[in-house]
Design a binder for this molecule. Structure first.
Ligand code: CU
Length: 472
């Protein structure tokens, strides 16, 4: 009966996942809901069966058959169908017929409930299971079950038709397919996950005291990096446990008191092959996710915003070359004594800057990185970015910010005495906030130009415009 506790936890977790969510009743979700209902019905009858006194009556009756079919045949199979309908579009890049798929669910749901729910009544009436024929008074409920079974067969036929329809007439939607653009798919997947977390979690985009792991991810790439780290940890733990176990066995078995005469065996070809091949296989298994992450990081992305970053000894210069007037500014670390007056209470020492970079979220961003003097490195842990700023060379990284936040980073290449004092702060904001910010910045810049180059700047700019327009 104790298994009801984790089962309850699971059920409540599934419900909590959807609670306050924003549900779209597409086929996979409908199947998932069906799964939860059926699994729960199976679960509660399991509690009933776990009571030995009552079970004297239920043991080996149709009640048991109803119970485990609710849990496994229906619960698990509905889960499988949910997964099938979720993944098949990704795998094939084809859309299935939603209406038919929903019909499949409806017919299947009615069918299986008609089969198995009456079996509870048969069990209560003590019909033994595993019998080829039964006394006549059990016939009524058995008839309903048989009827349900026929309906389930129809549901299966509908499923096969959905499959046929998908493969032959399925509408191609490359946006769905991972064959077409690995990164697009990667992003969609990550966005689904991160959007769900957005409202309920507190994010840490700088490190915390006594932190154990990574900072909270805010870009698909950082999520990928964390995932890969955790995947590799699985192998590392297995290897460490095995080596530790061997060490302990050796210490225990081959201490001189226990084994006074050492063996003088030297070679064992088979053993050597095994301990060469197994590590190689482990490394090969790691290669697969490792390469896919590497390619995802390197993949060229359609970008809508460009940010130019220039490293200086010891501050950063940021330029927004996309817009009319040159929007650029230097960003310096805030000194310790100014922290509270400039930033406010709770400011992060050695991490705050006087002017923050503002970038929009959920948009492709290209960051071009260079340097004027020595090597610097533009690094923001939460966004999974670390790119060297080399004098005379333009490096590029792609960025996609998943959610609003203030992301802290530091120069990560030794660049002189103040290497530790040129932090980076990026504010990820909505497109609306970003364009408002741009507008204000541009106006300030225009005014600045007006003051400084009164006639020169504006006239030459207008001349250029006229020249350009003659070309067309
Ligand atoms: Cu530096």
């Amino acid at each position: 009966m104790v298994i009801a506790i984790p089962t309850g936890i699971k059920t409540f977790s599934w419900l909590a996942t959807m609670w306050q969510g924003s549900l779209r009743f597409k086929t996979p979700l409908i199947f998932s809901l069906g799964f939860i209902f059926l699994f729960t019905v199976g679960g509660v009858t399991g509690v009933m069966l776990a009571n030995a006194g009552v079970d004297i009556l239920f043991h080996d009756t149709y009640y048991v058959v109803a119970h485990f079919h609710y849990v496994l045949s229906m619960g698990a199979v509905f889960g499988l169908f949910a997964a099938f309908y979720y993944w098949i579009e990704k795998i094939t890049g084809l859309r299935y017929n939603q209406i038919l798929a929903n019909l499949h669910f409806l017919i299947f749901f009615i069918g299986v409930n008609l089969i198995f729910f009456p079996m509870h009544f048969l069990g209560l009436a003590s019909m033994p299971r595993r019998i080829p024929d039964y006394p006549d008074f059990y016939a009524g409920w058995n008839m309903i079950a048989s009827f349900g079974s026929t309906i389930s067969v129809i549901a299966v036929l509908i499923f096969f038709y959905v499959l046929y329809d998908l493969l032959v007439y399925g509408e191609q939607d490359l946006y769905l397919s991972w064959n077409d653009n690995a990164l697009t798919w990667y992003y969609i997947q990550r966005l689904v996950i991160s959007n769900r977390c957005l409202d309920t979690s507190i994010n840490f985009d700088a490190a915390r005291p006594w932190q154990f792991g990574f900072q909270d991810p805010a870009s698909p790439i950082m999520e990928g990096i964390i995932d890969l780290h955790h995947d590799i940890m699985f192998y590392l733990i297995a290897v460490v446990i095995f080596v530790l176990w061997m060490l302990c066995r050796i210490i225990f078995l081959f201490i001189r008191e226990r084994n006074p005469i050492p063996s003088n065996i030297t070679h064992n070809a088979m053993l050597e092959i095994i301990w060469t091949v197994i590590p190689a296989v482990i490394l090969l298994l790691i290669i697969i996710p490792s390469f896919s992450l590497l390619y995802a990081i390197d993949e060229l992305m359609d970008h809508e915003v460009t940010l130019r970053v220039i490293g200086n000894q010891w501050y950063w210069t940021y330029e927004y070359p996309d817009y009319f007037s040159d929007l650029s500014f230097d960003s310096y670390m805030v000194l310790e004594e100014d922290l509270e007056s400039i930033i406010g209470k709770g400011a992060l020492r050695l991490l705050e800057v006087d002017k923050r970079v503002v970038l929009p979220i959920e948009v492709g961003i290209r960051i071009l990185i260079s340097s004027t003097d020595v090597l610097h490195s533009f690094a923001i842990p939460s966004l999974g970015i670390k790119m060297d700023a080399c004098p005379g060379r333009l490096n590029q990284v792609n960025l996609w910010i998943n959610r609003p936040g203030v992301y802290y980073g530091q120069c990560s290449e030794i660049c002189g005495v103040n290497h530790g004092f040129m932090p980076i702060v990026i504010e990820g904001v909505s497109m609306k906030t970003y364009s408002d910010w741009l507008k204000i910045k541009n106006e300030i810049n225009y005014r600045w130009y007006d003051r400084k180059f009164t006639t020169f700047c504006f006239d030459s700019y207008m001349n250029d415009l006229e020249k350009d327009s003659e070309l067309f």
